[in-house]
Design a protein around this ligand. Structure first.
Ligand code: ADP
Length: 438
């Protein structure tokens, strides 16, 4: 059974309960044998006819909807009641052992057609008229007919009340379902719009970064050249050795500082370039070094990053810049968590392992780890504990997506000794290539 948006129940196939009742109905003649010690052929005939009508209606009801369906319920409850009264008439009128069920008939109809309160009323009216007529025709006093009719009216009332309640509950449930669907659609739309706005903002930031990097790079180049010139000039001057050494040292330090800034600019320029590369086999050593260097700008001196990659680690299938983005995100997340917890000294370990043909890369920190309520939601879009200013809740989702693109997986867990562990796992190289081509 399905429910239409208007709270109307519609059955998708023939109603099995009705078919079952139709099959059992003629068999009820066994009761006649037990009660009257012989088969009551008239009652059997009525039951067979009734069963036929039920089979027809079980199929017919599937083609109806709206008003025709409601009318069908009303007509069917009247027909069912007439058939029952006919069985009563065939088995002894008012003295029939089945007569007592006449009172309950409207209630039964209300149970069979709970969505249609009118069905119980129709059945009640038919039963009242039917039983009243039987009582009067069989010579009983009219007061008895009135008593019977009153009892039937009472059960009809309860039947109608039950049906009304059922209908209200059905409507409330459908309304709640519709409301939930509407809300989910609205949330989805809001999420999509927010993601779109964010990606537009990030694209603008990327373009701005590329421009700013270009502007910084030019003055840096001549600052660097001038420093080299000064160093050479200094060597040509005949200064006292102490002053000379000191000046040399200052110039060397300044030059290395400028070179570091140049490297950062270079990295950022590379990072913000549009990425259309296909996955290739790449050495983790280079990628990890790039990511750690970029992250150092943010982690500053608060967190110490250690890298442990065994020399024979096989290359992995990835887009180097995307992998740098993923690692950068994991390192910054670890740094944020450590900073927030105030733990000192903060430590992050980037550790690689070859497990047979597979390669696993761990990013572990000694921060607070994932609280139990956060762990299952880590990869939910827009899930963040950092507040709107700092977090977007997209880092881990995007990271996982980027890694899946090259056949790798990203999972998170808490370390036994405390802190978080993010784990990137590449399948054996051939398998990953298969994933990509598939
Ligand atoms: P965002 O960084 O914008 O919050 P992410 O998807 O990158 O989005 O991270 C989702 C959440 O996962 C973070 O808000 C934080 O609560 C949690 N998280 C991520 N990395 C760590 C970590 N190393 N330690 C503790 N919590 C973390």
């Amino acid at each position: 059974m399905t429910v239409s948006p208007h709270g109307e129940a519609t059955r998708t196939g023939p109603d099995k309960t009705t078919l079952l009742f139709a099959a059992v109905l003629p068999l009820l003649s066994v009761l006649d044998v037990l009660i009257f010690s012989h088969v009551n052929l008239e009652a059997l005939g009525v039951r067979v006819l009734w069963a036929g009508e039920l089979v027809l209606s079980a199929f017919l009801v599937t083609r109806l909807s709206g008003w025709s369906r409601r009318l069908f319920f009303l007509a069917n409850s009247a027909i069912g009641s007439v058939f029952y009264l006919a069985v009563v008439a065939c088995t002894g009128d008012v003295d029939s052992p089945y007569v007592h069920m006449v009172m309950c008939l409207p209630l039964l109809v209300a149970i069979v057609y709970p969505e249609e309160a009118g069905a119980a009323i129709v059945s009640g009216v038919v039963c009242m008229l039917g039983i009243g007529t039987l009582v009067v025709l069989t010579g009983h006093p009219p007061a008895q007919a009135i008593a019977w009719a009153s009892l039937v009216a009472m059960t009809s009332f309860f039947g109608v009340a039950g049906s009304t309640q059922f209908r209200r509950a059905l409507e409330a449930r459908n309304e709640a379902r519709l409301e939930r669907t509407r809300r989910e659609a609205a949330e989805k739309l809001a999420g999509t719009l927010a993601a779109q706005a964010l990606s537009e903002r990030l694209a603008t930031v990327g373009r701005l970064t590329a421009g700013v990097m270009h502007e910084i790079n030019n003055p840096l180049a001549f600052v660097h050249a001038n420093l080299r010139f000064l160093q050479e000039e200094l060597r040509a001057q005949r200064l006292s050795s102490e002053a000379h050494v000191e000046l040399e040292q200052v110039l060397a330090e300044t030059r290395s500082g400028v070179e570091r800034v140049q490297q950062i600019v270079l990295d950022l320029k590379g990072f913000s370039r549009r990425d259309t590369e296909e996955s290739t086999a790449c050495a983790l050593t280079d990628v990890v070094a790039d990511a750690v260097r970029l992250a150092a700008v943010r982690l500053k001196h608060r967190v110490h990053v250690k890298v442990e990659l065994p020399p024979g680690l096989p290359p992995v299938l990835a887009t180097p810049r995307r992998l740098v983005q993923v690692l950068l995100n994991l390192l910054v997340n670890a740094g944020d968590a450590i900073e927030e917890s105030g733990r000192e000294p903060g430590q992050i370990l980037v550790r690689g392992e070859a497990r047979g043909q597979r390669v696993v890369l761990f990013v572990e920190d000694n921060g607070p780890g994932f609280p139990p309520e956060v762990l299952p939601r880590l990869f939910e879009t827009f899930f963040t504990t950092k507040g709107p200013e700092k977090g977007t809740g997209l880092g881990l989702v995007i990271s996982r997506e980027l890694l899946e693109h090259c056949g790798a997986t990203l999972t998170a867990e808490n370390r036994e000794e405390g802190g978080a562990r993010l784990r990137i796992e590449w399948p054996a190289h051939d398998q990953a290539a298969g994933t990509l081509s598939g």
